[in-house]
Design a protein around this ligand. Sequence first.
Ligand code: AMP
Length: 228
Amino acid sequence: MNAATSGKRPALRLVFLGPPGAGKGTQAQILAERLDARQISTGDILRKHVADGTDLGAKAKAFMEAGALVPDQLIIAMIESEIGTLDRFILDGFPRTVPQAEALDALLERLGKPLSAVFLFEADRPTLVRRLTARWTNPRNGRTYNTELNPPKVAGIDDDDGGALVQRPDDTAEIVGNRLTTYDAQTAPLVDFYAKSGRLTRIDALQSIDRVSDALCTALGIRDGAPA
Ligand code: AMP
């Protein structure tokens, strides 16, 4: 009996890799809903810790405000508790360094649950800067809008919950520059890390939201919302 005939959903353990502004969060949210998987956004989780004033939030805040990375050991401990026993998840914004990727491999190997796929979202720097500086975020759930590409129906208001949208403090031009430099220095080496082990699938993130979504589903062998 396979997963389809047993009624048990197949495991789905994905990593979304790519620079800030490439659309990882938008696509993770869409795919997670479509496939009933958990979106694990380390950025969203950290922002909640900062808002709630936890110890971790206090430690992470200055790094986040500067557009730098939060130290690996804090992030790795956080992700281990987030993954827990989950079998269907999309890691959005993790791993971001080689030690994080190695720790993830070690964790999943211990659990006997290897990654299903790693998607690299590719976009050029001017596009990323344009997208990030035009981004408005719902701080309650992490949903994002872009004033040019997918504006909310009413400016500054979330379509679904009717609450206010905000511009993230790290989406200013100066901090966006730092975040992209941080990506090139510390996260880009992961492209080789995953390519060498044959786990990397490249996605053209310059396409429309719908087309990127379709590309991900095609790569995963998904038709009409259900794994083929
Ligand atoms: P994001 O929402 O993914 O753009 O993340 C916002 C900020 O949170 C980043 O600029 C980092 O300061 C921090 N952060 C998020 N994920 C990680 C990670 N995996 N490792 C280190 N820092 C992270």
